[in-house]
Design a protein around this ligand. Structure first.
Ligand code: SF4
Length: 169
C-alpha cells in the first residue's frame, strides 16, 4: 500500500466518525503482562465472551501478531460505542482494497449478544473483534507514543478517549 493510500484511510476513519487516526509501526504498539491482570481482577467483562481473557490472545501472542505487520492504523474516538464498529468497517474496506491481512482490534467487551456469548461458534463473526486491551495491548502507552491524548478518567465530567487498531500490511 502506498503512502497516499494510507492518507486516504486516515481520512476515511474521520469520515466514519473517528476524532483522528495515525499510522504506527509495530514497535509503537506496546504489549504488557499487567494489562491482563486488569482484565482478570477488576473488569466485569472477564470471561464474558470469546473475545475477552482468558479466551482472547495473550500479550505474547499479540506481540508476535503485531510484529508480522509493517504498518497499522491507530484510530482515536471519543465514544466507546463507536470504536469496534468503526475499525471493523475499516478492516473490511482495507481488505477489499487488496490488503488481505487487514485485521481490527476494538475497545471494550463484546456486547453483541447481550451477555449470551456462544463461545464455540460466534454468532457475528463479521463484526466481533477483540479489544486492544483484551489482547494485552497497553492502550495508554500506545496512544501516548502516537501523540494522542489519554488520561485516567476520575469523574463523569472528564473527557474520555478510546482507541482501536487496524493492522494494514
Ligand atoms: S458476537 Fe456474540 S457469540 Fe460472538 S463473541 Fe460476541 S457475544 Fe460472543
Amino acid at each position: 500500500m502506498t503512502e497516499r493510500s494510507l492518507v486516504r484511510w486516515i481520512r476515511r476513519a474521520r469520515e466514519l466518525g473517528a476524532a483522528g487516526a495515525r499510522v504506527v509501526a509495530p514497535r509503537d504498539v506496546v504489549c504488557a503482562d499487567w494489562v491482563r491482570m486488569k482484565c482478570q481482577f477488576g473488569c466485569d467483562g472477564f470471561g464474558s465472551s470469546r473475545l475477552c481473557p482468558p479466551h482472547s490472545p495473550t500479550p505474547e501472542q499479540t506481540r508476535r501478531v503485531l510484529d508480522g505487520y509493517r504498518r497499522l492504523l491507530l484510530v482515536h474516538c471519543t465514544h466507546l460505542a463507536d470504536v469496534t464498529g468503526l475499525v471493523v468497517r475499516l478492516e473490511r474496506e482495507i481488505f477489499l482494497d487488496g490488503c488481505y491481512r487487514a485485521f481490527a482490534w476494538g475497545a471494550g467487551p463484546c456486547r453483541l449478544c447481550r451477555g449470551a456469548c456462544q463461545f464455540e461458534a460466534c454468532r457475528h463473526p463479521e463484526r466481533a473483534r477483540p479489544a486492544m486491551e483484551a489482547c494485552g495491548i497497553d492502550v495508554f502507552a500506545t496512544a501516548r507514543r502516537a501523540g494522542f491524548p489519554i488520561e485516567v478518567v476520575r469523574t463523569r465530567r472528564d473527557r474520555r478517549n478510546y482507541f482501536g487498531l487496524v493492522g494494514v500490511d
